[in-house]
Ligand binder design. Sequence first.
Ligand code: ZN
Length: 177
Amino acid sequence: MSVTSTDVTEEFIPSADHLVAHNERFSGSFQDGELAVAPTMRLAVVACMDSRMDIFKILGLENGEAHILRNAGGVITDDVIRSLCLSQRFLGTQEIVLLHHTDCGLQMVSEDEFKADLEAELGIKPRWSLEPFADPYGDTRQSMQRLILTPFVDASYLRGFVYDVTDGRLREVSQAE
Ligand SMILES: [Zn+2]
């Protein structure tokens, strides 16, 4: 199996023109030009990039209220720590909310197979870790633990949740003992 293979067989039509047309209408009635750069809720959310999760809708957030950091899995990587460190020290956020979810793409891949496929196809393995997991609750706990252990982020106000993609509910994850 090639790493880049997908199940989609129809012809691919890029969306950028459609997005730009939407933006013409959006900017015509734009009202957020006075928002401050620092998030008003002093909150940073770290979430998976999953396309079914509208973070603003799920949490009832408005534009300007929080930093939203997203990547595959909502993993606490060095780059997420970089962003949180800046968010806290330069832009005044204090609270961190982690948002993982059920049925994540990272539950369906194997780190070793993924990297072996890449190496077979490209002749090189990435340095980064894919960080797949079996249990989203355990993975959320692992992410909380990373934030507690890094010196660069203040985790005094830290909570972690798993979003259930089948019913829209959040379930809180307790920190590691
Ligand atoms: Zn995911």
